[in-house]
Design a protein around this ligand. Structure first.
Ligand SMILES: Cc1ncc(COP(=O)(O)O)c(C=O)c1O
Length: 486
């Protein structure tokens, strides 16, 4: 699929592209090229799209065509643009970059880059021994063909036991193993949502869920979360379910990504009842359920309140264990699991047996591994909070009671500009608009505390330095002076 971005669209995406630090020192063409690279870096400009012709962009930005020509030339030189005479120019990535799990790209060879775009921990020390033990187990499976569309039974049983231990009686027939939570979501959407169906999500929400919904051409409406308090406004949330009667609602009740909010038990119960009355299926993403911090008690799983198979829960190993395992799951009714397995045959057929065995060994040590992860996260979260209070005291943060991210309210709508500038000083950020639908959320920034404390402190130090430059580079920030609309 070739898509094209028009001059006015790119101009809108670029926004205040000249508001980069050092803007006064670097020529216009370099600032423009840097801004386009920034859009690629934060995923707002996709790969493989055709950029507008030079003249069209020059008109849209009200700058000279020579500036655009020079910017495109620089983008070609840095490997971000491929051009064919007469056919146009397409966005691409330099060969030395990889795509990170957030969809952001990161340089392979830049060891000094601190990646705050990815909210996931490095693997625990138990992983390699678990992999060795899994290899020892493998011969038990080798006499079969190795295709298990719902997952190997011992992993399904282990996952079912964990749900039961959380107060939600579950049998192995109700579990389907997937290749990560993202895959679980995609499969559920294939089953439960016709193309073009309407879906309610939180705003902000997890960007890759938005990507999965976009792939189903979903019509998305949002429930805006408050920064503080419980986050969800019960009356507004239930009101929009009643009024818009979405086919499906995708929610993250445990330590919501990115805000860290925890949905109270009472709202879970009312939500399930309201969803049932409205004919709405609830897809509940429990990615962070294992990571309450500071001994925060967990409300019952949302599915506890479900009497009508309205709630499909998804979760996985990525956050408490390791993203590279690519193990997730769906908990649903046994017939739904069978239908999901049938849908999966047309997608990837089954998950790798060896990886599932590694997961079995890790889950067998869950209490110890997860306790160590929580300790590590508390230390890192507190280090991040301390350095933010010291270096960027104007940013407002709520202390999250679990999960792996802070959702910082910045001192202005600068998130994208900050992310672009941060690239230049070796910090990768996922700016606020990545977590919404329409380019809003510029006042917010997600900061994960999944890296070692020293890296977090260093990263915030660099951000504090460029935050100051951002103001100087752009003159007095425009956002302080509301524009008059006549
Ligand atoms: C809310 C949420 N859902 C799903 C995922 C994807 O998880 P997985 O790596 O298991 O596919 C993530 C990862 O960041 C997440 O934050």
């Amino acid at each position: 699929m070739t898509s094209q971005v028009r001059g006015v669209q790119l101009a809108r995406l670029l926004g205040q592209w000249h508001a980069l630090p050092g803007r006064r020192r670097s020529p216009d063409y370099a600032a423009l090229a840097a801004a386009v690279r920034g859009l690629l870096a934060d995923g707002r400009l996709p790969l493989g799209v055709r950029l507008p012709a030079e003249r069209e962009l020059a008109e849209a930005l009200r700058i000279s065509r020579t500036t655009v020509t020079a910017a495109y030339r620089q983008l070609r030189e840095t490997g971000h643009l491929a051009s064919r005479r007469g056919a146009g120019s397409w966005t691409m990535l330099p060969g030395t970059h990889r795509v990170a799990s957030t969809g952001l790209w990161t340089p392979l060879d830049d060891r000094d880059m601190i990646d705050l775009g990815v909210a996931a921990l490095a693997a625990p020390p138990e992983l390699v021994p678990a992999a060795h033990a899994a290899v020892e187990d493998l011969p038990r499976y080798l006499s079969g063909a190795g295709y298990h569309p719902t997952g190997i039974i011992e992993l399904r049983e282990a996952v079912a036991r964990a749900y039961t231990a959380r107060g939600l009686p579950t049998s192995a027939e109700q579990i389907m193993v997937t290749s990560g939570t993202q895959h679980a979501l995609d499969l559920v959407l294939r089953l439960a949502l016709a193309p073009g169906g309407n879906v309610l999500v939180e705003s902000p929400t997890y960007p890759n869920a938005l990507a999965a919904l976009a792939a189903r051409r979903a019509r998305i409406s949002t429930h805006g979360l408050a920064v503080d308090g419980p986050g969800w406004d019960a009356d507004l949330l239930l009101g929009s379910v009643r009024q818009t009667r979405p086919k499906l609602a995708y929610l993250i009740p445990e330590f919501q990504n990115p805000t860290g909010h925890l949905m109270p038990a009472e709202l879970r119960e009312r939500l399930v009842a309201t969803a049932h009355a409205a004919g709405t299926d609830l897809v509940i993403d429990e990615s962070f359920v294992d990571l309450p911090l500071d001994g925060t008690p967990l409300p019952p799983p949302t599915a506890v309140f479900d009497r009508h198979s309205r709630v499909i829960s998804i979760g996985g190993m990525s956050k408490p264990y390791w993203g590279g395992l690519r193990i997730g799951w769906v908990r649903a009714s046994a017939p739904q699991v069978q239908r999901l397995a049938a849908a999966r045959v047309g997608v990837d057929m089954a998950s790798p047996v060896l990886d599932q065995l590694v997961a079995v060994h890790l889950l067998a040590q869950a209490p110890a591994i997860v306790a160590a992860r929580r300790d590590q996260l508390v230390t890192q979260r507190d280090a991040l909070l301390d350095v933010l209070a010291e270096r960027l005291p104007d940013w407002r943060v709520e202390v999250p009671r679990g999960g792996v991210t802070l959702w910082a309210e910045l001192d202005g709508p600068i998130s994208s500009a900050l992310a672009r500038a941060a690239e230049e000083v070796g910090v990768r950020l996922a700016p606020g608009p990545r977590f919404g639908l329409d380019g809003t959320l510029e006042r917010f920034l997600r900061l994960p505390f999944t890296l070692p404390a020293a890296d977090l402190v260093e990263a915030v130090g660099r951000l504090a330095a460029i935050r100051y430059d951002l103001d100087r580079g752009a003159g007095r920030p425009r956002w302080r002076e509301p524009a008059v609309i006549a």
